[in-house]
Design a protein. Structure first.
Length: 191
């Protein structure tokens, strides 16, 4: 029987002490009040939590780093799509005013993505002329993308497509640093 307060524990100890004194007077052999602590049959258990943590930590860090890397790649893909969409809309709206549609595409995309490495960006511009023939310019990596002949192919009510790719480097996981290409394709109808 256990008591919640300290006084009750002292009283309980006192009662046990009286019982043991009465048992000694009666000639019973003297017994200790505490049982000896037996060791566990499998050994000590003092460090098991630390060992389990050391085993789980690399797996946990891999999952967390991979999740963060995936979120950053998704965010970068969204930014790449917005930059490609801006370039396609600008080409479609400025039809007849642009002398080099590929240079405008490269400058629009690099301006929309200021902290990105321009040499890792690859551009492809597909312009459809008035006969319905598609003219492809690129793929060209870097910001020196030019196609002055594409300006004459631009016609009203025809689509222009801008494909932008970026060589994305994922977060390193343990000692492995993967990279892959993020690609976005945006189209707009020339006015």
């Amino acid at each position: 029987m256990k008591f919640a307060n300290r006084l009750g524990r002292q009283t309980m100890t006192f009662v046990r002490g009286l019982k043991s004194k009465a048992a000694r007077r009666a000639g019973a052999p003297q017994q200790t009040l505490r049982r000896p602590r037996r060791p566990a049959p499998w050994g000590g258990v003092e460090g098991t939590a630390l060992v389990e943590f050391a085993i789980v930590l690399p797996l946990l860090m891999t999952i967390l780093t991979g999740g963060a890397s995936f979120c950053m790649a998704l965010y970068s893909f969204q930014q790449l799509g917005y930059a490609g969409s801006n370039a396609a809309q600008l080409l479609a709206a400025e039809q007849g005013l642009i002398t080099d549609p590929c240079a405008v595409t490269a400058s629009t995309v690099t301006a929309a993505l200021p902290n990105w490495t321009p040499s890792k960006i690859t551009y492809t511009v597909i312009i459809t002329d008035s006969t319905g023939t598609a003219h492809t310019f690129g793929p060209t990596a870097g910001s020196s993308f030019s196609c002055t002949s594409g300006a004459s192919d631009m016609a009203a009510n025809e689509p222009v497509t801008v494909q932008v790719s970026y060589q994305y480097s994922w977060f390193p996981i343990l000692s492995y640093s993967p990279s892959s290409s993020l690609t976005s394709s945006e189209s707009a109808l020339m006015e």
